[in-house]
Design a protein around this ligand. Structure first.
Ligand SMILES: *Cc1c(COP(=O)(O)O)cnc(C)c1O
Length: 342
């Protein structure tokens, strides 16, 4: 990593921000009569949640072996993305690099924050074009590995961390389905790295909206002071804690999804309208078919909903790995489409 000075990259209003101090910040004991937060004294859901999510951070810290003060918990990954823009990207001035085809929220969030996007597309193998990225100057880059929608893990992230002058955000929403190692291992050497993960995919908690960021203590402190005080509800914190307390259930589900991914890949290959299946490190397959729009609409009629990615990768459908029963129904439906056409 080149000379790194965090303050140079942080918006001056955020660097200077004095955060809101909640009642739960000022008195942190658990014993006593609480007349400090204007809560209703009656009921069971009447108290504000822990604004620092201490218990959840501790559980994640034990699970991943990452210090609790290097963990941020957000209201979904969307909040983490939003905070990166709020902290590092001055509207109308700073620029961000995105590498399409990739997750759409990085670009939507850039538009919301009025931040200019420089697109440096992935190459034909859906890999980063590092030299082209480094020829631009920008405050942040978002990369997604394994990437949505292509499914592959990206090479060259360490090289990017070594040479890029700004913040490198690596979105690892699908890391649990990958044979590659998490780049959280690189955190000690790279103060410019932010790693995003989520409870929405491998932990089967999309409805709870719990996203995670791992980064340096200094970056996590900036995220914590910039977020809304009670950004993650007590119910959602509890759901995430419950999931973490059952790692064998998580492991079993991931194992079944990986077996099903292999099966789906093998059987899809046999179907004539399927032209190509991209290698996947995620819980979905990017599948090139003869006519994505037609097959997408046909599948909808058969009540099988996949994601039509034709507008981003020509004639491609993104198919999430479902239960064994769901996958069987998908395979039957696509096979029948083929029979109809012949
Ligand atoms: C699904 C997904 C997420 C998860 O977002 P949440 O807001 O945590 O549900 C994050 N990044 C990518 C690339 C995804 O595909």
């Amino acid at each position: 990593m080149k000379q790194f000075e965090l303050q140079r990259l942080v918006r001056s209003n955020i660097w200077a921000l004095k955060p809101y101090s909640s009642a739960r910040d000022e008195f942190t004991g658990s014993d006593g009569i609480f007349l400090d937060a204007n809560e209703n004294p009656f009921g069971k859901k009447n108290r504000y949640p822990d604004p620092h999510q201490r218990e959840l951070k501790q559980a994640l810290s034990s699970f991943h072996g990452i210090p609790a003060d290097q963990i941020f918990i957000g209201n979904g990954s969307d909040e983490v993305i939003d905070l990166v823009y709020r902290i590092f990207c001055e509207p109308g001035r700073d620029r961000v690099i995105l590498c399409p085809p990739t997750y759409g929220m990085y670009g939507v969030s850039a538009d919301i924050h009025n931040v200019e996007v420089i697109e440096v597309p992935l190459n034909d193998n859906f890999e980063l074009q590092i030299d082209r990225i480094l020829s631009h100057s920008a405050t942040c880059i978002f990369v997604c590995s394994p990437n949505n929608p292509s499914g592959n893990s990206l090479h060259g992230i360490e090289q990017l961390l070594d040479s890029f002058e700004g913040i490198v955000v690596v979105d690892e929403a699908y890391i649990d389905f990958s044979s590659s190692r998490s780049v959280t291992e690189l955190l000690p050497g790279y103060p410019n790295l932010i790693v995003m993960q989520t409870f929405s995919k491998a932990w089967a908690l999309a409805s709870a909206r719990v996203g995670i960021a791992y980064a340096s203590r200094e970056i996590i402190a900036l995220m914590d002071k910039t977020k809304p005080p009670y950004n993650v509800s007590a119910f959602n914190q509890q759901e995430a804690l419950k999931a973490l307390s059952r790692p064998e259930k998580y492991g079993y589900r991931v194992k079944v999804i990986l077996e099903q991914r292999a099966l789906l890949e093998k059987e899809l290959k046999e179907i004539p309208v399927v032209q190509r299946i991209y290698p996947s490190d995620a819980n979905f397959l990017l599948v090139e078919v003869s006519d994505a729009n037609a097959i997408y609409h046909y599948l909808v009629e058969e009540k099988v909903i996949v994601r039509n990615r034709h507008s981003v990768v020509r004639n491609c459908l993104r198919i999430t790995v479902g239960t064994p029963d769901e996958n069987r129904k998908l395979l039957n439906a696509i096979s029948n489409y083929n029979n109809q056409r012949r």
